[in-house]
Design a binder for this molecule. Sequence first.
Ligand SMILES: Nc1ncnc2c1ncn2[C@@H]1O[C@H](COP(=O)(O)OP(=O)(O)O)[C@@H](O)[C@H]1O
Ligand SMILES: [Mg+2]
Length: 316
Amino acid sequence: MMSEKSFAIEMKNVTKEFKILNRHEGLGGSLMDLFSRDYRILRAVDDISINIKSGEIVGYLGPNGAGKSTTIKMMTGVLEPTYGEILVNGNEPYKNRVRNAENIGVVFGQRSQLWWALPLVESFRLLKDIYMIPDQNYRQMLELYQSLVDIEPLLHKSVRQMSLGQRTLSDILAAFLHDPKIVFLDEPTIGLDVSMKAKIRNLIKGLNQKKNTTVILTTHDMGDVDALCQRIVIIDHGKMIYDNDIAHLKQYFGSYRTLRLRLEKSGWKEILVDESKTNVMSVISDYQKNEIVKDIKLEEISTEEVIKKIYEGAVA
Ligand SMILES: Nc1ncnc2c1ncn2[C@@H]1O[C@H](COP(=O)(O)OP(=O)(O)O)[C@@H](O)[C@H]1O
Ligand SMILES: [Mg+2]
């Protein structure tokens, strides 16, 4: 495959299949499994082609089991594609794992890659040695970190003593420390409270802007998408079902409005109205037949609803 210099990641017809053993019941079954050739093939990623430009933040979305993590594992060189080709910074990740690692950073959800018992700053010093980060770059990076998020209180804490949010924050800082060209974040905000999510989004955005780092982000949180991603790629059952700007997507649903009604007895109700088919006033008066409407808000379709529509197959 020809490498286009301008692309950080190129995937061409990438498929990943897992061989899954069909298990047999009981003790005899377990014995049979030892010698069994009774496999089925699970296609976790199915013929995906994408090109990602350097400096982009791409939201890689899809329901549970869609194949997001498997894709990221192939991009980071943990798994080898069954078919197709991947180039990350011009390298084949699986075949050049060491070289690939120099140019990428990775955060996998709640699994920390830091040394548990060490104060964060000691983990950073180890990473500095491992990646041979020059003193000056290291200092500048810590200064940049401090300007984006208050890291001082974290530096002398061991990861073990940290809250989940602080740990995630530390993991993200560690992933960016050697100034990699691409950072992969797999569900980074899962389980975090609102203020920590905001902090982390701010940090990712700031690092992307200052360092032009390409970011591949998987998330279920549409707040992450709204705050960070221009472009989204959606996969379902291993297949890509959407790849475009989020703005383009909202335009597609331009006639949709989110109508929020505060009803006297049942509180806030949220109704998605397609104005090309239904009149908003008629929806409101329908509600008024049964209850007193205390407040009305009309907003554009939310990212959450847009994604839901796509999962339902609204966009071909
Ligand atoms: N190592 C593996 N062996 C067998 N099946 C796997 C393996 N890893 C993932 N899968 C299966 O592949 C599919 C995609 O998984 P995954 O990529 O983790 O999805 P996502 O990250 O989108 O939730 C799922 O059906 C999952 O059970
Ligand atoms: Mg996953």
